[in-house]
Design a binder for this molecule. Structure first.
Ligand code: SF4
Ligand code: SF4
Length: 126
C-alpha cells in the first residue's frame, strides 16, 4: 500500500464518508435460514462420546469440555465430557463438525439474536 501523508489520509477519510459501506448490517428480525452462512455448531448430545477431537481442532478456543456424567471404560467409570460452544469466540469455521466422526455436531444456518450488554434473563447461554 502506498504511503500517504496527512492530507492524503484526510481526503481518503472524507471520500469514505460518502461511499456505500462494504459490510452488511446484522439481521435483527429475520433470523431464519441464512444460505450464505456455514452455520453455528450445535451438539447432538446423544451422539457425542466425549472424544475431545472437536475441542482440539477449534482454532479460536471456543470450545470448553464440561462434565455431563460418567461413562464406562472397561471396568472403570470415567467422567463423560461434552463440548460447550462459546458463540462470542466462535468464528463459524465448521471444523468441529467436520472432524466429528460421530456426526454429533450439526451446523445450523440461523443467526442468533445479538445482545449488547447484560444477557436477558432466561436466554440461551453461550
Ligand atoms: S468430536 Fe464429536 S464425539 Fe468427539 S467430543 Fe466432539 S462432539 Fe463429541
Ligand atoms: S465452528 Fe470453528 S470456531 Fe466455532 S466452535 Fe467449531 S471449530 Fe471452533
Amino acid at each position: 500500500m502506498p504511503k500517504r501523508g496527512a492530507t492524503g489520509m484526510l481526503s481518503e477519510a472524507l471520500r469514505r464518508l460518502v461511499t456505500e459501506p462494504i459490510t452488511e448490517p446484522y439481521v435483527v428480525e429475520d433470523l431464519e435460514e441464512q444460505p450464505h452462512l456455514r452455520g453455528r455448531p450445535l451438539l447432538i448430545p446423544e451422539k457425542c462420546t466425549g472424544c475431545r477431537l472437536c475441542y482440539m481442532v477449534c482454532p479460536s478456543s471456543a470450545i470448553t469440555m464440561v462434565t455431563v456424567g460418567t461413562r464406562r471404560v472397561g471396568q472403570r467409570e470415567v467422567p463423560l465430557q461434552h463440548p460447550r460452544f462459546d458463540y462470542f469466540r466462535c468464528i463459524y469455521c465448521g471444523m468441529c463438525s467436520y472432524v466429528c466422526t460421530f456426526k454429533a455436531i450439526e451446523l445450523e444456518r440461523k443467526l442468533v439474536p445479538l445482545h449488547v450488554g447484560p444477557k436477558p434473563s432466561g436466554g440461551e447461554g453461550a
